[in-house]
Design a protein around this ligand. Structure first.
Ligand code: BDP
Length: 685
């Protein structure tokens, strides 16, 4: 009988299985210190030409206790040149004679100090320092999908860190630690609650709790934002409607927003998921997304607040889901108020292991857009799989939309380079919970880290970020660094290979999205929630035809990308099944037929994870026992899961292709019937 563990509860069951032969050289650690592990015993001299404040106190304390070089001079300067850096800074000098950090703001000094410490902790503070940094996005924001009952939607690191039951009276020490970690990588904003928002977040009782968190985060210059439910006027305020053009509704929001700012003067603004997945929105009243967003924007404007309005929408229609955000939002371009920014998921469907960029980027030229990434690994093996996400996000930032000719990357259309924008921002759905190591998997911390670093500077390479993170978090020994870094850098492609290679997407298990279920069929379910909608496998071939012969989603992209994607010969093979339906014997660039290529891809994903296991085992002497064992156990799960994915997908698709699995790859170890039966049982639980 095939045994499939209940992965959702796996964490509780995980034994730390360690090989007795390993000799551990370093003391046990729990990962709670994240990448901030400098020894706090430095006693450095710090001089500041800045007004004393809670932030300056933090800066001074961080440097005094951790900087091991010559005195640091902190300078606030207001020259045009320095002000142009926004919250950026200059670092000049030398570790042996003295260093000066200059910024126009205390926030900039804070970031400069963390930069200096990062240089020290990564072994790069030697020689003359001449650094000039300024953030490429103004708002670098985490989105917590945390519910008021303490649960976290798509959270895999325990309950929420926000302890609503204890607030406002009791403060968890985690709030400050969270703020510090974020500030150290330049994150300056956070949305505390789930986009599937309860109206209750706007009660006075809750706002007074939010205030306490906002005050804790303030010295670290993290602004607090909230997600709201669009029908709050009716549900909370008792009004007969939540129509955004209704005068009473508008007044209700104005009053509520004034109340928020009375309680939380440094409040940032609102995030809104409307008319999406059953949530209320302006369309319920025959109004548009712009009507809804602008109503809130008007009320926020006098306070300097903003609206982040999500474009994650798809209605139950026959239209290809990949097209729907475009169909709803493109006609609204230019209609949004200037303190609205439209938040768009990086891809057109939903945080898949690989998606092309959403065609809204570049197409909405008169509306500021911000990308939404998912740091939490809803579709990437939860906190069981080691998947470093910087390469995924880099792939997005480097994608050319061609909206203004060659070089119009998604980075350039969102960071203000191509279009003058009153607001620039980028967001990431947090992977943080109350687990001791914050993120469930020690390597998932690297994704929080990478999000912050790329939000500050999307030009950093994935290699640079992995290198920095590993040096600070584990070890600087090249014998550790190089193989482990290479594991991180290839891990996303590996996950794509064992889950959904060659443009396959959304063939996940129903609802929880852990594991493969390309066969799922739920009677009565929306077709676009079912894997068969996306893979379209049948006797002749597989893949979603999005050319003009199919859904024509390709028409939402600019030329020449549109033509490149349309032509099956020029469409990058990594997106083949995203845009094309190809015969099983379609000839690939490798010379293999498609079916064989698919088999090799799945197999290569499995083989890679096995290599990661070896890489990690060889790293044993550089890592403390506790973290070593934890990662080792997770890699075992990942290896089992990779085989599970490969077997499930190949055995299932083989029922259509009727072709043999090439003989030189690993044989399946599962029976398709058993896999299907076990996923059915899981669902019925
Ligand atoms: C999907 C998640 C769902 C979220 C939704 C969203 O499965 O839990 O509520 O996205 O982003 O990926 O609103």
């Amino acid at each position: 009988m095939y045994f499939r563990p209940n992965y959702l509860h796996m964490k509780k069951l995980l034994p730390l299985i360690l090989l007795p032969l390993f000799a551990f050289q370093v003391q046990a650690e729990d990962g709670s210190r994240l990448w901030l592990r400098a020894k706090a015993d430095a006693n450095a001299q710090v001089v500041y030409d800045a007004e004393k404040s809670p932030t300056i106190d933090i800066v001074v304390n961080e440097l005094q206790t951790q900087w091991t070089g010559a005195p640091v001079h902190l300078v606030i300067a207001q020259s045009k040149d320095i002000r142009a850096l926004k919250d950026g800074y200059l670092i000049a000098g030398n570790r042996t004679t003295g260093v000066t950090i200059t910024s126009a703001t205390e926030q900039g000094l804070l970031y400069g100090a963390y930069h200096l410490l990062r240089l020290q902790e990564t072994g790069k503070a030697e020689g003359t320092l001449n650094i000039r940094e300024s953030p490429l996005y103004d708002i670098r924001i985490l989105n917590h999908w945390d519910n008021l009952d303490g649960s976290v939607e798509r959270g895999y690191a325990g309950q929420s860190i926000w302890k609503w039951d204890e607030l406002p009276g009791r403060l968890s020490p985690r709030y400050k630690a969270y703020a510090r970690a974020n500030a150290s990588i330049g994150i300056n904003a956070t949305v505390l609650n789930n986009v599937n928002a309860s109206p209750k977040i706007l009660t006075a009782e809750m706002l007074n709790k939010v205030k306490v968190i906002a005050d804790e985060l303030q010295p670290y210059h993290i602004k607090v934002y909230l997600s709201i439910n669009f029908s709050s006027p009716a549900q909370l305020g008792g009004l007969p409607t939540s129509d955004p053009l209704n005068a009473d509704v508008r007044k209700w929001w104005k009053d509520k927003i004034n109340e928020i700012y009375r309680i939380i003067p440094n409040f940032g603004g609102l995030l809104v998921k409307a008319n999406s997945e059953g949530l209320p929105g302006p369309q319920d009243f025959g109004r548009t997304h712009a009507d809804g967003a602008n109503m809130l924007a008007e009320a926020l404007k006098p306070h300097g607040g903003i609206v982040m309005w999500r474009a994650f929408v798809y209605s139950p229609s026959n239209e290809d889901r990949a097209k729907q955000a475009g169909l709803e939002f493109l006609p609204l371009d230019g209609q949004f108020a200037d303190n609205v920014i439209v938040q768009v998921k990086n891809g057109p469907i939903d945080f898949q292991p690989r998606e092309p960029f959403s065609p809204l980027f570049g197409a909405m030229k008169k509306t500021p857009l911000m990308a939404e990434f998912q740091i939490t690994q809803e579709y990437l093996g939860f906190s069981n799989h080691l998947v470093f996400l910087a390469p995924l996000w880099k792939e997005f930032f480097d994608s050319d939309t061609y909206c203004n000719g060659k070089g119009s990357t998604t980075a350039a259309v969102t960071d203000g380079t191509l279009f003058p924008q009153p607001l620039t921002a980028v967001s990431g759905v947090a992977n943080i919970g109350e687990d001791t190591n914050w993120c469930g998997h020690h390597f998932a911390q690297a994704n929080w880290y990478a999000f912050g670093r790329l939000a500050w500077n999307h030009r950093l390479t994935a290699d640079e970020i992995a290198d920095e993170w590993l040096r600070q978090t584990f070890s600087q020994d090249p014998a550790f660094l190089e193989p482990v870094k290479s594991m991180m850098l290839t891990s996303r492609e590996t996950a794509v290979d064992y889950m959904m290679p060659l443009g396959l997407h959304h063939i996940f298990a129903w609802s929880h999205h852990y594991g493969p279920e390309p066969w799922t069929d739920i009677p009565g379910a929306r077709p676009d929630w079912l894997p068969s909608y996306y893979h379209q496998a049948e006797a002749r071939g597989i893949g979603f035809d999005r050319t003009d012969k199919g859904s024509n989603a390709i028409s939402q992209y600019f030329s020449p990308l549109r033509e490149e994607l349309s032509n099956v010969k020029t469409c990058p093979e990594k997106f083949l099944l995203w845009f094309h339906h190809v015969p099983w014997n379609y000839k690939m660039k490798s010379g293999r037929q498609f079916w064989d290529e698919l088999c090799y891809k799945y197999d290569s994903g499995v083989q890679q994870v096995r290599e990661y296991q070896k890489t990690w085992d060889k790293a044993v002497q550089y890592v403390d026992e506790e973290r070593f064992g934890h990662v080792q156990s997770r890699l075992k799960i990942q290896a089992q899961d990779a085989v599970w994915w490969k077997d499930a997908c190949l055995l299932y698709f083989q029922t259509f292709s009727k072709l043999p699995v090439p003989y030189d790859i690993e044989r399946p170890v599962h029976e398709l019937d058993e896999l299907m039966q076990s996923s059915k049982e899981q669902k019925n639980k």
